[in-house]
Design a protein around this ligand. Structure first.
Ligand SMILES: *Cc1c(COP(=O)(O)O)cnc(C)c1O
Length: 483
């Protein structure tokens, strides 16, 4: 018999999935160990006959959910991505069913705008900045730099969204520690990756304003049009915050757009101990933040903010002739929500169909409030400081960089080792294999660092202490074995 799709009974099925997820969170995953088993169960030919919803639920429970990733485990500190907290996960389900699109006059369309406003305020962005959600920092940077391109070329008498580029040399300026999605955005926007001038950094990984000034001056002399200066508020490698005021003022001086990439670190401004490092944020023409990073939203949510969304509309509209107002219908006239589209987010970025991400961000901020978010940011920064303190008092460990936000870069001193980098690389491999801790690695001043990034809602201070002890122990063993 042909199976038809189940269209109701969400509660019963969701409860089954919920129970399986709770078990997964309690047990953790060792997907790699069981790989032959789940590969055999799942990698099968296209089924001729459907299994029905209950059958699929059974496979989800048995083979899929238990073999997910370890991102939600308390010791996962590798990427700036983490397992979502409960309210974000279940609100995603709610939005999927109740508002499969963000458009039209619904509570979800309103929450898109409400949560963007809350997020901008929370991050200390200049009053009046407006935003749009997209799938994450990569797209959010693309959208911001698309606005920069539109703005810079309009001032030169060109409409790049309508007419494309005219071959004149253009440049974007970003530090060597900036995220490489800046280069990708430059490629997609037709400027080319090589249009990104890579500016040097100081010994703490922060953009060097002197180097930026020289790069801008050199290009100005060569007739290159400066499109945007990109500063990072919380670099991916080490959490460094670029000197925003100096970068923003140089951008102004040279007539360039000033973009702040705060995908990870913009929320760090909530920690009073480091808030002054964001001085100059008010100069930003655009800024991005990823709720799916420090706010622990499910992956797929980034936000771009600009001073005036009309620039986004000109850069990204599908209907260049139709100006903003044309997309609104007066809510007074609307008899059903489909009579009016609500805020036309589809014209502010690159997606038409899009999930209602705002409700998810709203739910997280409603659950925690400003104080709750501040507490989690402080607690994560505290974990990095706790680890740094622990490293400082250890004779065998070395702190490679004082933590700025919630990233701590350390390594084993590897006394007597011929190649301390290689020893620490081996140490990291053993950590991942033998302990519940999954930091990543990076280079600090050319030296290999073990790099935990604390944004994980499930991490406790005791995990950090235990991790430090594990680094000492495994490092000692490797040193002894090499001697
Ligand atoms: C993570 C990150 C990005 C990219 O964001 P995605 O959400 O992974 O696409 C961009 N910039 C910075 C500074 C980041 O940390």
């Amino acid at each position: 018999m042909t199976v038809r799709a189940e269209t109701g009974d969400v509660g019963r099925h969701a409860a089954r999935v919920g129970a399986a997820l709770d078990a997964f969170l309690a047990d953790g995953s060792d997907a790699l160990e069981r790989r032959p088993e789940w590969t055999a169960a799942l990698d099968r030919p296209l089924p001729e006959q459907g299994l029905g919803a209950d059958g699929v639920l059974g496979e989800l429970e048995r083979h899929v959910i238990p073999n997910g990733t370890r991102l939600s485990e308390p010791g996962f500190w590798g990427w700036i991505t983490t397992g979502p907290t409960t309210i974000g996960a279940v609100t995603t389900l709610a939005a999927t069913v109740a508002a499969p699109q963000r458009a039209t006059l619904t509570a979800f369309n309103l929450l898109e705008e409400v949560s963007l406003g809350w997020l901008a305020e929370l991050c200390g962005l200049p009053a009046g900045m407006k935003g749009v959600y997209s799938s994450g920092g990569s797209t959010a940077n693309l959208v911001a730099l698309g606005a920069a391109r539109q703005w810079a070329l309009e001032r030169a008498g060109l409409d790049p969204a309508a007419d494309g580029l005219d071959g004149r040399p253009l440049a974007i300026y970003a530090s060597a520690e900036a995220h490489h999605t800046v280069q990708r955005a430059a490629g997609v926007l037709g400027l080319g990756r090589r249009a990104v001038r890579v500016v040097g950094v100081d010994d703490r990984g922060r953009l060097d304003p002197g180097a930026l000034r020289r790069a801008l001056a050199q290009d100005a002399a060569a007739g290159v049009l400066p499109v945007a200066v990109v500063a990072t508020a919380g670099t991916t490698n080490t959490g460094a915050i670029d000197p925003l005021r100096a970068a923003g003022e140089l951008a102004r001086e040279h007539g360039a757009w000033f973009h702040v990439d705060g995908a990870y670190g913009l929320l760090g401004i909530l920690d009073e101990r480091v808030a002054d490092r964001y001085d100059g944020l008010e100069l930003a023409d655009s800024a991005i933040v990823d709720p799916h990073k420090w706010l622990r939203a499910p992956v797929g949510i980034g936000a771009t903010f600009v001073r005036d969304r009309a620039i986004l509309h000109r850069a990204f509209t599908q209907e260049p002739a139709e100006y903003l107002e044309g997309s609104f219908t007066d809510p007074q006239d609307a008899r059903v929500s489909l009579d009016a589209m609500g805020v036309p987010y589809q014209d502010f970025a690159v997606e038409l169909s899009s999930p209602a991400r705002g409700a998810v961000v709203w739910a997280i901020l409603r659950e925690l409030g400003r104080e709750g978010v501040r507490a989690l940011i402080r607690a994560d920064n505290d974990l990095a400081r706790r680890l740094a303190d622990r490293v400082r008092v250890s004779e065998r460990l070395e702190l490679l960089l004082e933590p700025e936000l919630s990233i701590c870069c350390l390594r084993h001193r590897a006394p007597g080792a011929a190649d301390p980098d290689a020893l620490n690389a081996a140490l990291l491999r053993r950590l991942l294999q033998e302990t519940p801790y999954l930091p990543s690695s990076t280079l600090v001043g050319g030296r290999l660092a073990i790099r935990p990034c604390f944004i994980n809602a499930r991490t406790e201070p005791g995990h950090v202490d235990d991790f430090a002890a594990a680094v000492e122990r495994i490092g000692d063993e490797l040193v002894a074995a090499a001697a």
